[in-house]
Design a protein around this ligand. Structure first.
Ligand SMILES: [Zn+2]
Length: 135
């Protein structure tokens, strides 16, 4: 009886589509930051944007607005004016993911930002859900 149950669990696991595991593995990338004088450098900014599959300009614009500061990119780095705690920056990256990366319906990150009639839409490739987002 017990064996049957275990076998059943195993079968159930095998039936799960690959994507379930893919999305379970998705973790929001963390910023590796470093203060430099009166500036804060996000060393792995380029990797974060690549990991999320989002345009670096878009993520830059969001972070600068949310942190209320100015900044510019240099290679992989994003250099912010002012001193910011790593935790604060990571919180903003999480907010960004919720708004612009993770699907509300299926919680997967397999999404794209598309423009339709002047409106920016977050479109989920996995389940087809759509929501309009602020640019
Ligand atoms: Zn979805």
């Amino acid at each position: 009886m017990e064996e049957d149950y275990e076998k059943m669990l195993e079968d159930a696991r095998e039936d799960l589509p690959e994507e379930v595991f893919e999305s379970a593995r998705f973790t929001i990338p963390e910023a590796d930051t470093q203060k430099s004088g009166n500036k804060t450098v996000i060393n792995n900014f380029g990797d974060i944007a690549d990991n999320l599959g989002r345009d670096k300009k878009h993520l830059t614009k969001y972070l600068l607005k949310e942190l209320g500061t100015a900044g510019h990119r240099e290679g992989k780095e994003l250099i912010l004016q002012g001193k910011f705690r790593r935790g604060k920056i990571n919180g903003k990256i999480e907010d960004y993911c919720e708004e612009y990366v993770i699907c509300d319906e299926c919680s997967r990150p397999d999404t794209r930002l598309v423009k339709e009639k002047g409106v920016t839409i977050l479109k989920c490739e996995a389940c087809g859900a759509r929501k309009s987002v602020e640019e």
